[in-house]
Write a protein that binds this ligand. Structure first.
Ligand code: NAD
Length: 267
């Protein structure tokens, strides 16, 4: 990406980087999202299963920033698929920010097509602006896409230098769908190994940037949007400073070569 926003196939603009809120609860979530908004972050990723939609909504409402300038993603969990219409209204209630910018199905499950159809209806009703999927891979997409009338705007999957998913990224991008990486910094518990990786540390030193910034920038240069999680205001700010440097083709190749195809976590 050369700009800080990307236009989704729904016609709406989405920031290419944001903050993830998995594991942030209550006051810690409100404070982290508020710090992100104060530092210019305009994309916030939450989900029903993170139990923090209320806190995200509170931070958005109290920010004083115009609603249209903020992009909020939430997700339906598979145990909600059967009653997706009610679950969408529940998310709207909890967030209490008028509309949802992007709603994803958190991962495949029973009745996922029915849940997607409920999201399509909610788009027609103006409750949700864009819809998409998470943890969907090539075979699952091939089976799913013919069943829907609104092409997903975005697919959010695990992507980081140790787990690159290049064929999946290409398939999704070739379908006109924006890719978003979860665990962009390797995920909780694995981040230190990735941040301390000598290849990344050396590239970071050459640019006078941090390892985290280099990894996030690598994603952006691959056309992958990022939602790093953090409750540390310094890290939150650092994770926004991604447009004042560029990795060379050789540096991109060095990071591409770190792929271990090692998936750290499921969902
Ligand atoms: P991450 O890879 O984004 O971050 C991992 C760790 O990096 C965090 O513990 C944080 O303390 C640390 N960190 C952040 N910025 C740093 C910096 N600048 N310097 C040093 N350390 C830094 O992992 P995550 O937060 O678990 O995941 C990101 C987001 O992805 C989640 O918050 C969530 O919104 C989303 N997610 C989605 C799914 C899914 O199934 N769709 C699954 C997991 C996570």
């Amino acid at each position: 990406f050369e700009t800080k926003t990307v236009t989704l196939n729904s016609g709406y603009e989405m920031p290419v980087y944001g903050i993830g809120t998995y594991s942030l609860l209550n006051e810690e979530c409100v404070n982290s999202v508020s710090a992100a908004l104060e530092n210019g972050v305009r994309l916030i990723d939450t989900a029903y299963i993170y139990h923090n939609e209320e806190s995200v909504g509170e931070a958005v409402r109290s920010s004083g920033i115009a609603r249209e300038e903020i992009f909020v993603t939430t997700k339906l969990y598979p145990n909600q698929f059967e009653n997706a219409e009610a679950a969408i209204d529940e998310a709207l209630d909890k967030l209490d920010i008028g509309y949802i910018d992007l709603m994803l199905l958190h991962h495949p499950g029973d009745k996922d097509a029915d849940a997607y159809h409920a999201m399509e209806k909610a788009v027609a009703e103006g409750k949700i602006r864009s819809i998409g999927l998470s943890n969907w891979y090539i075979e699952e997409l091939e089976e799913f896409l013919p069943q829907v009338s609104i092409t997903p705007a975005l697919v959010q999957n695990e992507i980081h230098p140790y787990y690159q998913e290049n064929d999946v990224i290409q398939y999704i991008q070739n379908s006109g769908i924006v890719v978003q990486g979860w665990y962009p910094l390797g995920g909780r518990g694995h981040t230190q190994e990735l941040l301390n990786d000598p290849v990344i540390a050396e590239i970071a030193a050459a640019h006078r940037k941090s390892s985290a910034q280099v990894i996030l920038r690598w994603n952006l240069q691959k056309g992958v949007t990022v939602i790093p999680g953090s409750s540390n205001p310094d890290h939150i700010k650092e994770n926004t400073e991604l447009f004042d440097f560029e990795l060379t083709g050789a540096e991109m190749e060095q990071i591409n070569a770190l792929n271990r195809n090692e998936k750290h976590d499921w969902y």
